[in-house]
Design a protein around this ligand. Structure first.
Ligand code: PGA
Length: 259
């Protein structure tokens, strides 16, 4: 039995206003305050980060950025550094989200540089990987995940594992209402953990959280999180509603220690 503590993240994407972000943060904090045994984070848009950090200051819910640039500072118009994220009090970051890869055109190499910079800066980095529908239909799910992991974790070692969470997010399941079956997701997660063992060592791989993302809702969270290698979720649409998000966090608590 694993003693990995489940992780549930809310990816708010490009939604909301300062006022709605603050209200959502407060509601998430109050509706999850009784839950122990799950690590919870929210990822608001950059302009809302500081206000969300302060709204969550009395709670155990972490705040993270949705992206970061790998350079420390300089002439990089529009970009945000790890130090800037830390300076406003955020402690986590997403890298390689499929919308960054497929809408904004980020390469494995760029995602790898961002991931390495985030880890080196002491942020907890949730690295997202996952295949498109075309890749899945061509039977390439495991190969794509492996390629992304190898490229994006290059240069990182066992001592970095404590600052890494891997999110498996099949692109065809994100925002579509289509979810991988718990069995398919488990198979992909088990493969991902095997690759992590090769890259970072088996102790690190056993200790790391590999979470699932893609149309997770209160109704399907339990069956996904009940799989032995699924250690929680990265939640998009359902994270914009505090009670749905809290119900998903509860489902993670209920399955704690199953794996
Ligand atoms: P979704 O998004 O829950 O809306 O499918 C998940 C994600 O993109 O992280």
């Amino acid at each position: 039995m694993s003693d990995r503590r489940p992780f549930v993240g809310g990816n708010w994407k490009m939604h909301g206003t300062l006022a709605s972000a603050e209200a959502l943060a407060r509601d998430v904090a109050s509706q999850t305050s009784a839950l122990s045994g799950v690590e919870i984070a929210v990822f608001p848009p950059f302009p809302h980060l500081e206000r969300v950090v302060s709204s969550l200051s009395a709670s155990t819910v972490h705040t993270g950025a949705q992206d970061v640039y790998f350079e420390g500072e300089g002439a990089f118009t529009g970009e945000v550094s790890c130090e800037m994220v830390k300076d406003v009090g955020a402690t986590m970051v997403l890298t390689g989200h499929s919308e960054r890869r497929h809408v904004l055109g980020e390469s494995d190499e760029l995602v790898g540089r961002k991931t390495a910079a985030a880890v080196a800066a002491g942020l907890v980095c949730v690295l997202c990987v996952g295949e498109t529908l075309e890749q899945r239909e061509a039977g390439k799910t495991d190969a794509v995940n492996e390629r992304q992991l190898r490229a994006c974790l290059a240069g990182l070692g066992p001592s970095d594992a404590g600052r890494l969470v891997i999110a498996y997010e099949p692109v065809w399941a994100i925002g579509t209402g289509r979810t991988a079956t718990p069995e398919d997701a488990q198979a992909a997660h088990a493969r991902i953990r095997k690759v992590l063992a090769e890259l970072l060592g088996s102790d690190a791989a056993d200790a790391m959280r590999v979470i699932y993302g893609g149309s997770v809702k209160p109704a399907n969270a339990g069956s996904l999180f009940g799989q032995p290698d699924i250690d929680g979720g990265l939640i998009g649409g359902a994270s914009l509603d505090a009670s749905s998000f809290a119900a998903i966090c509860e489902a993670a608590v209920a399955t704690e220690g199953v794996g």
